[in-house]
Design a protein around this ligand. Structure first.
Ligand SMILES: Cc1cc2nc3c(=O)[nH]c(=O)nc-3n(C[C@H](O)[C@H](O)[C@H](O)COP(=O)(O)OP(=O)(O)OC[C@H]3O[C@@H](n4cnc5c(N)ncnc54)[C@H](O)[C@@H]3O)c2cc1C
Length: 434
């Protein structure tokens, strides 16, 4: 098990450097450091037009670092459908009232004013794979030399949950926003002795520890505020998929009824019943997290090429699609060996920005990128655990492989970890949006 001080070092190490030509060679994007504005250079000699679809953890970061490392000759347009980004990270803490959704909003003003990123509010509906032209629902279209797509995820809803009305009764709250607040309200409306049932989809899904963290936070709140209540976790996976030690302890602490190998087959929102491969289960509050797939803009435009048709395969030296030249896919929507996580999306964005700038200037790709992922998981209202994974490029398999010596989870949950979670989150969000 790695030591806490080493984890802090890896999670927070400064990582932005400049080479002789003025733009960063540090595709080893091991930094979530300074939210201080970094000047955009004017003299790199690099020229090119990039359109980025999606202003979340991956898209905001790639847009910002293309300008910081590429300079004013790199024209960057970021297209995002929402006016502000609602962070999923920390959104489980809205459920016990220790955070509000309004504290998790990030605007695009800094990207525009500090770094000269052109921000377009709109919904991309079609992509011409040959020309890389993108068209919005409004009819406007944008051309570019290289396109980066970071749309996050969409869901395959089980029978009974297809409509907006059904989803309002049984929210996933797995894209932070109104559903998160709705789920919080449902939990506070539960009677003492009530039953909260949540389901976890089969892998891969975004934020491997996230559902287990949610179960702990909700159970902890119910124990104090709605005595005698029960939390049941239905996991489509054969066992806890991340931070096994922390969550095994957390589930025992909170008396959570954990049921592995249990898949939701249907939902009856009238009787509030989940139909599963292990029988029917009723609850006062149901929280079904459906099976994931890449954001619709990927699947609707023929860019999902994994065998299951859900994700885009990429060259992890550049995040360029293996089937659509000039189109890069980062964050949750790509299929890599790294977890679908915001910290990893930030890291992939930096490797991708570095690669695009090298391609614009006729240079070889960095042959050995490193990425890292840090994640804190609250187990109670005041204690947290953590997990970190470091990855290096393996030329033999052409994948990112974990570096065992610097990957692992905390030995125990603690209040200190909980405090440091806030600092890590502020630094990560600052690195992407400030
Ligand atoms: C409850 C929860 C807790 C989490 N906790 C952590 C954590 O502690 N640590 C961690 O590292 N990760 C965590 N994650 C995971 C993390 O939030 C995601 O992995 C991360 O947000 C992925 O980044 P992304 O850029 O791929 O997608 P997103 O951040 O989801 O961004 C996608 C953006 O694209 C926009 N978009 C999509 N389609 C279009 C379109 N057609 N046109 C225009 N815009 C479009 C969306 O509006 C959105 O703003 C958590 C997730 C959840 C649900």
């Amino acid at each position: 098990m790695i030591k806490r001080r080493d984890f802090i070092k890896w999670a927070g190490a400064a990582g932005i450097g400049l080479n002789a030509t003025g733009w960063s060679m540090l595709a080893q994007a091991d930094s979530v450091a300074s939210p201080v504005a970094i000047p955009v250079p004017t003299n790199t000699g690099i020229k090119g037009r990039v359109v980025v679809i999606g202003g979340g953890m991956g898209g905001a970061t790639v847009a910002k670092f293309l300008r910081i490392w590429g300079g004013t000759g790199v024209d960057v347009t970021l297209i995002e459908r929402d006016s502000t980004y609602a962070s999923n990270i920390m959104s489980n803490l809205v459920l016990n009232g220790s955070r509000t959704m309004s504290s998790l909003q990030y605007g695009y003003g800094n990207l525009a004013s500090r770094y000269g990123v052109k921000i377009v509010k709109g919904d991309v509906v079609s992509i011409d794979k040959a020309t890389r032209n993108v068209t919005l629902a409004s009819g406007a279209s944008y051309a570019c030399d290289r396109l980066v797509i970071a749309p996050g995820i969409d869901f395959d809803f089980p029978p009974g949950l297809e409509t907006a009305a059904a989803q309002a009764k049984v929210p996933h709250a797995w894209k932070a926003g109104p559903q998160t607040t709705a789920l919080r309200n449902m939990i506070t409306a539960m009677p003492a002795g009530g039953v909260f049932v949540m389901s976890i989809p089969g892998k891969p899904y975004r934020c491997p520890p996230g559902p287990y963290e949610r179960a702990c936070i909700v159970a902890d709140w119910l124990k104090v505020n709605r005595p005698g209540s029960k939390v049941i976790v239905l996991d489509a996976n054969p066992g806890i998929t991340a931070e096994v030690h922390a969550f095994t302890e957390g589930f025992a602490l909170h008396g959570i009824d954990y049921r592995p190998n249990t898949t939701v087959l249907g939902v009856d929102t009238t009787t509030m019943t989940l139909q599963t491969n292990a029988g029917n289960i009723q609850g006062n509050v149901l929280n079904v997290i459906p099976t994931h797939r890449a954001g619709k803009v990927i699947t609707a435009n023929g860019l999902a090429n994994t065998a299951d048709g859900r994700w885009t395969t990429v060259n992890v030296l550049s995040y360029e699609s293996t089937t659509a030249p000039g189109i890069h896919v980062i964050g949750d929507a790509s299929a890599t060996t790294q977890p679908k996580a915001g910290h990893i999306a930030n890291q992939e964005a930096k490797v991708c920005a570095d690669a695009i700038l090298r391609l614009f200037s006729g240079r070889a790709l960095d042959p050995s990128p490193h990425t890292n992922s840090a994640c804190y998981s609250p187990i109670t209202a005041t204690t947290a655990s953590w997990l970190t994974a470091n990855f290096r490029y393996d030329a033999a398999t052409q994948t990112m492989v974990p570096v065992a010596a610097s990957s692992g989870e905390a030995a125990a949950r603690s209040t200190k970890n909980f405090e440091e979670m806030g600092k890590w989150f502020t630094a990560l969000m600052g690195d992407s949006f400030a």
